[in-house]
Write a protein that binds this ligand. Structure first.
Ligand code: KIV
Length: 275
């Protein structure tokens, strides 16, 4: 059993305690994130880009998300693992949404699912919650609506947009989500939403007033430098370290310095002579 549950995540807000959450996509990174006492790991559909190399989150499939989710579940002992439902795994019908949410819980072992959308997906959210699967919502900048938004654009800057996002937040809470991700919206709007809800808000590009924050593993570690979003901070530059280490390895092999004596296994002299 994981140490953290949806109840523990809700308690952070009740206790006025800010919390950090992070994505992960494989066993090894999940173990590292878990060791750092991150209470919630999101297996984001950002896997589409950082793991599978697609341009957006749109192409990633259920099969691809199930694979990475089950690896993360095996690595995360304490954290609550939330699986991101990929584009078109929940929009077409409630039956399909329930079936796919169920696969993340039953087959991959996740503790909850996340899906994008506000008022327009509340019937889907409540149907999944009603059968006993916790749901986290994701509103504001919704990467799966890339084409609808004409690109990744900050949302909620006009009165109409801000009112819509606030209504979305209130609606998803009513529909039963245990937390809501606020992405790419002005800090002041995120603060208003955070103060209006009794469930935690988890921000990414939504300022400091959210109850929690979420970031992409590769972004904060400097692993993925083709695009560095404004909302992120690189806490390390592991990408450079990895490149340097690989170059050193290549040089040591080509110059004959590796493997050295310490890395070799010897056979008994007598056996060698008989060979
Ligand atoms: O897919 C993802 O990684 C996300 C978060 C960054 C919120 O949805």
């Amino acid at each position: 059993m994981s140490k953290y549950s949806i109840e523990s995540i809700k308690k952070f807000k009740i206790n006025g305690q800010k919390f950090a959450t992070l994505t992960a996509y494989d066993y090894t990174s999940a173990k590292l994130v878990d060791k750092a006492e991150i209470p919630l790991i999101l297996v984001g559909d950002s896997a589409s880009m950082v793991i599978y190399g697609y341009d957006t989150t749109i192409p990633v499939t259920m099969e691809e998300m199930l694979l990475v989710t089950s690896a993360v579940v095996r690595g995360a002992e304490d954290a609550l693992v939330v699986a991101d439902m990929p584009f078109m795994s929940y929009q077409a019908s409630i039956e399909k949404a329930i079936e796919n949410a169920g696969l993340f819980i039953k087959k991959a072992g996740a503790g909850a699912v996340k899906l994008e959308g506000g008022i327009e997906v509340c019937n889907i959210i409540s149907s999944i919650v009603d059968i006993g699967i916790p749901v986290m919502a994701h509103i504001g900048l919704k990467p799966q609506s890339f084409h609808q938004m004409s690109g990744y654009k900050i949302q909620g800057k006009s009165l109409d947009e801000a009112e819509k996002i606030l209504s979305d937040a209130i609606a998803v809470e009513k529909a039963g989500v245990f937390a809501v991700v606020l992405e790419g919206i002005p800090s002041e709007l995120a603060e208003k939403i955070t103060n209006s809800l009794s469930i935690p808000t988890i921000g990414i590009g939504a300022g400091p007033h959210c109850d929690g924050q979420i970031q992409v593993f590769h972004d904060i570690l400097g692993l993925f430098d083709t695009f560095i979003p404004k909302h992120t901070k690189q806490f390390a530059n592991i990408g450079n370290n990895i490149s340097q280490a690989i170059e050193e390895y290549r040089n040591d092999v080509t110059s004959g310095n590796f493997p050295g004596k310490d890395h070799c296994i010897s056979i008994d002299k007598e056996i060698l002579e008989k060979l």
